[in-house]
Design a protein around this ligand. Sequence first.
Ligand code: DAH
Length: 339
Amino acid sequence: MNEKLSIIREEALAAVKAASSTAELNDIRVRVLGKKGELTAILRSMGSLAPEDRPKVGQMVNEARAEIESAVEARTAALAAQERDARLKAEALDVTIPGKKRPLGKLHPLTQTYYEMRDIFVGMGFTVAEGPEVEYDKYNFTMLNIPKDHPARDMQDTFYVNDDIVLRTHTSPVQVRTMLSQKPPIRIISPGRVYRSDDVDATHSPIFNQIEGLVIDKGVTMADLRGVLDVFAKELYGEHTKTRLRPSYFPFTEPSAEVDLSCMACGGKGCRICKGSGWIEILGSGMVNPKVLEMCGIDPEVYSGFAFGIGIDRVCNAKFGISDIRLLYENDLRFLSQF
Ligand code: DAH
């Protein structure tokens, strides 16, 4: 019995020493000290010993158990520390490695230009009104005093959805919608995409962008139109910018004017951007035709107003020195990332 005990003890201690993982140590603990373990088996077999030998053997078993237990414990602690070190080493992060550079997104040059223009008008007390891109013929044409036989109604210019519905050819129908839904005083701008069935070239695109403006109140005159556009021009292109009104014709305004701004690139001397003229044509405008006011339920004897429609694309191209409108719609990142 004595010998058997010391073999168990020696073997167990040797196994503990050789164990290379906490899992292995646990196996040893179960095999030697567990309920069905080798030492326990000896305790159980004590009944067959002479009664006088029992206390001695019992004591020896207990000593062996204590010794093996503390060896397992010590080795477990050592291995656990080793395992933790190894894990920490494997999981270590090198915080000095530079991060991956993500490209920064930017607003499209048209959007940048629109925001700048919008902020100038909002600064003068305008609010922003929205209208649909798929529009009633009635709002796009008829109520803007564009009669049935007007060239703007030609199938060549207009995308018809059906007899009554078009893709709006300008933002002017938002004037009609606003006058039908609001009472004067009115002071709105309305931005958005417009559509014309033009062939694509450097200066034409079937989709482009406008900002419509409309002011209706008592006693509004052409001088107010001029003043607003002058402030707009100076804020947009700088204090030295000049505004030039040229007589023109639009069915929905009377009188009408086209407005040029002195070229911001050359200051009016003539350059590539203004095609040598020193001026950039950016908008149509005029005093709202009394017929239009009447059709929209506003009494032209009491109220008057002015309106304008600015080409955002033109302003954008002049601002950034872009000479081909197609570039704005191709979504080529090599181009867009320059702005
Ligand atoms: N709607 C015109 C166009 O697309 C631009 C325009 C001219 C708008 C005069 C106006 C205006 O509001 O008064 O060519």
